[in-house]
Design a protein around this ligand. Structure first.
Ligand SMILES: [Zn+2]
Length: 310
């Protein structure tokens, strides 16, 4: 379903749609896995409440998903999933608040972060470039001002007022496939090489720009390591380019500037997850991508208190 179809649902229909996505093979007790249960009906019971014949416990479809403990209607959740799964450049909490008619900015912000959490695909399944594929690696700095070496005075700043710093991010993109993007503490050879080793299959062909930090990785990958020299105005040589990973970075940066303006470093990975999720599922429809995100909400209940503020 697309957004307009979801927004035309009643709350009962939205719950039925959510149940169908959560239980494609029929209702299953989230406590014990039993497929035998009965619907609890009548005024004494919440709608959508079931009683398990296996463990005798009661359950609803939202138990053990990120929707558990939420006071928002399921329809609102589904709309939010649809909006975040369709927006190429992301959606600000303010936009979400307006579009969903939510009472507060805060609840829109929390809703968006819960959905970003559902979009997180951890643990990562498989390395990039397995089977001899091409993987492009690059790094970028997002937001704020460039980092200054510690202990040096930064002009225009006062003691105690920390200047906004740019956040370094490493990106690894499988040509024609998936992306991994993460905040990293620095862009030293040690950090960048560790990121490549952690995410790229040894059978892959690695491609980077001329950054010396990547030098020496060639012998660790069966396909070798090729570089393009951006400083010399070279952007492609044969099929050697880093245009794909730069395309992902460009999309993310436009999203940050257009929708979020500033993302603090502590939240950056969540937004990278959101953009990676849409990138990895770019070949399917908005509706199918929405279903995938809703499915991923299972078992992703937030076990910690969400941070406040942005
Ligand atoms: Zn049960």
């Amino acid at each position: 379903m697309n957004l307009s179809q979801i927004s035309s649902l009643t709350e009962d229909q939205a719950r039925e749609y959510f149940e169908k996505i959560r239980w494609p093979n029929g209702r299953t007790c989230p406590h014990c896995g039993s497929v035998e249960s009965t619907k609890l009906q009548g005024k004494a019971h919440r709608v959508g409440l079931y009683k398990c014949s296996g463990c005798d416990d009661q359950f609803t479809a939202t138990i053990k998903t990120i929707l558990e403990d939420s006071h928002l209607p399921i329809r609102t959740w589904l709309m939010a999933f649809s909006i975040l799964c369709s927006a190429k450049k992301g959606v600000s909490a303010l936009q979400l608040q307006r579009q969903l008619g939510l009472g507060s900015y805060r609840s829109a912000w929390h809703l968006a972060h819960r959905i970003r959490h559902a979009m997180t695909r951890e643990p990562l399944k498989g390395l990039l470039g397995a089977g001899g594929g091409i993987v492009e690696a690059d790094e970028m700095f997002v937001g704020g001002k460039p980092r200054k070496p510690a202990g040096r005075h930064v002009p225009g700043t006062h003691r105690g007022s920390k200047p906004r710093t740019k956040t370094p991010v490493v990106g690894l993109v499988e040509r024609g496939g998936r992306v991994r993007a993460r905040v990293i503490p620095d862009v030293t050879a040690l950090t960048l090489k560790a990121a490549v080793r952690a995410h790229v299959d040894p059978s892959a062909r690695l491609m980077t720009d001329e950054n010396r930090a990547y030098i020496g990785l060639g012998s660790e990958f069966a396909g070798g390591h090729e570089t393009v020299n951006h400083a010399a105005g070279e952007y492609a040589r044969g099929d050697t380019t880093t245009n794909t990973v730069e395309g992902f970075f460009g999309l993310f940066k436009r999203g940050v500037m257009g929708s979020f303006h500033h993302i603090s470093e502590k939240h950056m990975d969540r937004y990278l997850n959101e953009f990676s999720f849409r990138w990895d599922l770019r070949a399917v429809t908005d509706g199918e991508r929405t279903v995938e995100a809703i499915k991923a909400s299972e078992g992703k209940r937030l076990m910690y208190r969400m941070p406040v503020g942005n």
